[in-house]
Write a protein that binds this ligand. Sequence first.
Ligand SMILES: *Cc1c(COP(=O)(O)O)cnc(C)c1O
Length: 428
Amino acid sequence: MNHNEHSMNNASLFERSKTLVPGGVHSPVRSFKGLHRTPIFVTEGNGAYIKDVEGNEYIDFCMSFGPLILGHQNSIVKKEIISALDRGWSFGACEPYSLKLVDYITTRIPFVEMMRFVNSGTEAVMTALRLAKGITGRNLIVKFNGCFHGHVDSMLIKAGSGLAGTSEATSKGISPRVAEETLVLELNDRQGVSDLFKKYPGQIAAIIIEPLPANNGLLVQHQSFLQFLREVTLEDGALLIFDEVISGFRVGFGGMAEKLGITPDLVTYGKIIGGGMPVGAIGGSKKFMEHLAPIGGVYQAGTLSANPLAMTAGYSTLQQLTSENYSLLESYTQKIISVFQTFFQQYNQGQFSEITMAQYGSLFWFVPGKDIHSLKDIPNSLSNKFYELFKVFLDRGIYLAPNAYEVSFVSLAHDEKVIEDLKQKLLF
Ligand SMILES: *Cc1c(COP(=O)(O)O)cnc(C)c1O
């Protein structure tokens, strides 16, 4: 170790970062905002573990916010990325690697007849919305409070606090005209959806929803609500977009569309589809997808789209997602949840005893309260409880996404050995 490395610690790196990068971070939630604690600077990840610059090791339940369903440095993915590296890492031309990935997905998810690759989930959503507007010739988009669709302007919108039916941007820098074209409802509000179609007949281009909302806690929806959205959109000629950036390849290979038996018109993927490399994708029927340039009139392009390293990482990740592995993931998740539950009962005279856990597949979320299915049901006490919990976990070598509204992710690397280690860290 040279002199420089000796002096590296989380606090000094964060101080230095703050002078060079806004808030010291390249994505806001990484800053540990509200936690009154310095973020850890991760230097490596291996299996279910990450290590920080001070040499502390943690069991990782953030897993890069979802992409790493196989764990850090899965040996097969790593080998494939290294061979891809030997062939060059960007061509800006047609290449066979993305075709392998499209082929693999389209043969397994029937409603996805065609795909287009981009570089992030945000880009995928942005393109899907433009495509929906281009196909329908309409301008309005309906979204739901509690669903996150990346940082495209038209999705950083919530229901207005004033008059019913008004919309407000959740960020500065968004034109009120853009905000007006996004209509926002509460999850599970059927009446609201019907009313909007009555108020704006033939004007709504699409409803976009996370079929498993997992970015503001885990707000599991009734199948019947999503089915209802499918029916009303079909009736009106609007499109239904499933944003499966988190749920795609996570809850099962075909995501929530497959789980629920509901076919959206367009789907967006991200996270797992790139195996930890930057990838997003839009999928749907040939008749809709062919509205994209160069055949159709909806423009979309990308210098690094379908990057060969990313395509290779995605392909070798998806190939390992067998139904046996999904069952294994769920069984690890059940065991992990039961360790946490035991901990909540016994820690510090019941300090955390009101915390319950929401779970769906290999996703879980700590929440004080039961039966939470929409943003407005989440108790205000959530953040404070989480801050206490997060610090206790961090001190015991357990890393969660540093925000109460983020879910946790289990990977195939969180095996029996790791579960035993979790028990050691929490129960003894
Ligand atoms: C993560 C996420 C996005 C944004 O993807 P990025 O790759 O971060 O741009 C969009 N929608 C959903 C449902 C997500 O979970």
